[in-house]
Design a protein around this ligand. Structure first.
Ligand code: 5GP
Ligand code: MN
Length: 354
């Protein structure tokens, strides 16, 4: 069976809540990705199957590229339906915080969570979880929060309830947070879990196609523009930078989510171990930074030191409240600082490749 990664006491606490609690709210982070939505909807289906009243709240909006997942119509946008969401938080018996480690990752929703009298559980795989929940199920070594939700359902003794819907959502979270099982995906446990998910008759090939072969024509053209005109490669720093202004995005028919994955593209170049993508987001009034790295290079440290962010060692992000030009200058300043580091994990970027 699936190894239990949770303490008996934590599992027993949640089981007790399940006995008396009727109303659950599942909440996940801003700009939710496949793992945020996959883990949240898996939890939704599990709790609904247990006869609970359950809602999923996202701080901003549900990304289009995941709209095919089962029951996405039940996802409530806090930005668009604040009153409805507030009422749900106020009346909730239990709030499940999925795929984020600190309240700032849910924007305005953080006040609703912190002020609520509901019991709160955090299920997450980011480093350094904040102490804002009654139960903190944080496992930074997990591939994804979706993986943890599956393990949690098993720990609760409910493996038999993992149906097609739950398994589809879990597989989607695991697949997207590992780039289709191409990074952070070496643990045998991952494939053990997948073999269980396959027993629920999920169509993993269709899930792959739904996520990765379902883009708009304008996204692909924008990607072409980025690769041709906007990707700066610095072989002497094993690094690449991509920037996109609001004007460039508009010129290319940009829709939310169209730049998903662009940050990974330069990693296809031999020798590139660190990439940064800066996108002007006029709506939010920020420059959004996405960072990726390979092996020991800690891109989350660059994100926290220079872009007010953080995340995982190899996948992180942040934001700058300034112009795109200023954000680009911060990148160069950061690289200059890193070039003076005497830590091997950083120094390796500046070594001449043979
Ligand atoms: P992405 O580049 O896909 O938007 O984000 C990759 C990872 O970076 C996320 O899973 C999350 O862990 C982290 N991340 C993204 N944006 C932020 C941010 O603004 N602040 C922090 N602390 N982490 C972020
Ligand atoms: Mn995740």
């Amino acid at each position: 069976m699936i190894e239990n990664v949770f303490s008996k006491a934590d599992v027993a606490d949640f089981k007790l809540w399940m006995e008396w609690a009727g109303r659950f709210v599942v909440v996940t982070h801003i700009s939710p990705d496949g793992d945020a939505i996959g883990s949240s909807l898996a939890m939704y289906h599990y709790l609904a199957g247990k006869g609970k009243s359950v809602s999923v709240v996202v701080p901003d909006s549900m990304p289009d590229f995941l709209s095919w997942l089962p029951s996405t119509d039940s996802v409530i946008s806090y930005k668009e339906q604040k009153d409805v969401a507030n009422k749900l938080f106020q009346e909730a018996d239990v709030i499940c915080c999925l795929d984020f480690n600190v309240p700032t990752r849910v924007g305005n929703v953080s006040a609703e969570i912190l002020n609520s009298n509901a019991k709160k559980v955090l299920i997450d795989h980011h480093l350094d979880p904040g102490n804002f929940c009654d139960l903190i199920l944080s496992r930074p070594d997990a591939s994804s929060t979706a993986e943890l939700v599956f393990q949690f359902i098993c720990a609760l003794g409910d493996y038999a309830e993992v149906n097609y819907q739950i398994a589809t959502c879990i597989y989607t979270g695991m697949m997207t947070d590992t780039g289709g099982f191409t990074y952070n995906s070496n643990h045998p446990r991952i494939y053990h879990i997948i073999s269980f998910l396959m027993k629920s008759n999920i169509d993993k090939d269709a899930i792959y196609r739904n996520v990765y072969n379902n883009y708009s024509e304008s996204r692909l053209r924008l990607m072409g523009y980025v690769l041709h005109k906007k990707m700066k490669v610095f072989p002497e720093m094993s690094t690449a930078l991509i920037t996109l202004s609001d004007e460039e995005l508009k010129d290319n028919n940009y829709k939310k989510g169209d730049t998903e994955g662009f940050v990974n593209l330069p990693l296809q170049i031999k020798g590139i171990k660190f990439t940064v993508f800066l996108r002007e987001d006029v709506e939010e009034g920020i420059i959004k930074a996405s960072l990726r790295s390979v092996g020991d290079v800690p891109c989350n440290r660059f994100a926290s030191a220079f872009f007010n962010g953080g995340g995982h060692k190899n996948a992180s992000g942040g934001e700058i409240h300034n112009s795109l030009k200023a954000a680009e200058a911060i990148f160069y300043k950061g690289m200059e600082e890193w070039s003076k580091s005497d830590e091997e994990c950083i120094k390796q970027l500046f070594k001449k490749s043979e």
